[in-house]
Design a protein. Structure first.
Length: 250
């Protein structure tokens, strides 16, 4: 194992996990996406990490420090002037950069105290799918073991399974090989080895899984049928006999 990499990603992952935990408490109805984005940017720097989305290549610049996807938006939501309302579904997806390495995590929540039971169930099932996928991780396991486990939980929950956006390896770059789909067959795909770091990130929806990128900002992915989308994610270190989730809060 590359101990320098693992140490940096442990520290960066802890910063990220704690920041997202605090973000969940911070968000309230009446706040705008841009207000939240500014808070996140300030917190990343204050906690000693780098704003990962500022490091994208020229021509691919993202207009914010965090992806914010509301209601029928699935992922990659570019922060806007939209003001959160009671009962909105919002997904937050954040990378941070620390000592040369990236970590990545996401969660979905309902703003305020009210919310659709169907949306609450979708969030719960999608989180369960993520953890079921994580439980498959160990040296020698196949990516297909993770993918099949995630898909099984999502389909049992009668959710749409997003196939055109996937998890991925991570480390010196935000996105590395291998891809980690949210559907697949056990025993197939890349064989994990100790020291690998991957992002497991189920995406689901209440309707049909077809989606498209908003032409106006070139980033925000929206559900084609207007249904609600969901996304959750952790960065995971592969161990000889299991795993370590690097992006958990204290």
């Amino acid at each position: 194992m590359d101990e320098k990499k693992i140490d940096a990603m442990r520290k960066g992952g802890k910063i990220l996990g704690n920041l997202l935990r605090d973000l969940k408490e911070y968000v309230k109805p009446g706040m705008s996406e841009k207000e939240v984005d500014a808070w996140v940017r300030e917190e990343i720097v204050k906690r000693g990490a780098g704003v990962a989305y500022d490091m994208l290549p020229k021509g691919e610049e993202f207009p914010g420090a965090i992806c914010i996807s509301v209601n029928d938006e699935l992922v990659h939501g570019a922060p806007s002037d939209y003001v959160f309302e009671e009962g909105d579904k919002v997904s937050f997806d954040l990378d941070v950069f620390y000592e040369g390495y990236f970590t990545d995590s996401a969660f979905t929540m309902i703003v305020g105290e009210k919310g659709s039971p169907a949306v609450k169930k979708m969030i719960s099932v999608t989180e369960s799918a993520m953890w079921e996928g994580i439980e498959q991780v160990k040296a020698g396991a196949r990516i297909g073991d993770i993918s099949a486990a995630v898909e099984k939980v999502l389909r049992a929950g009668k959710l749409g399974v997003i196939e055109n956006y996937v998890g991925h390896g991570i480390g010196k770059s935000m996105h590395e090989a291998p891809e980690v789909p949210n559907y697949g067959r056990k025993g197939h795909g890349y064989k994990l080895k100790a020291g690998d770091t991957i992002c497991i990130e189920p995406m689901s929806c209440l309707g049909k899984p077809k989606n498209y990128v908003d032409k106006e900002n070139g980033w925000t992915v929206k559900m084609k049928d207007g249904s609600i989308g969901c996304h959750c994610e952790h960065t995971v270190l592969v161990l000889e006999n299991g795993y370590e989730v690097l992006t958990l809060a204290d």
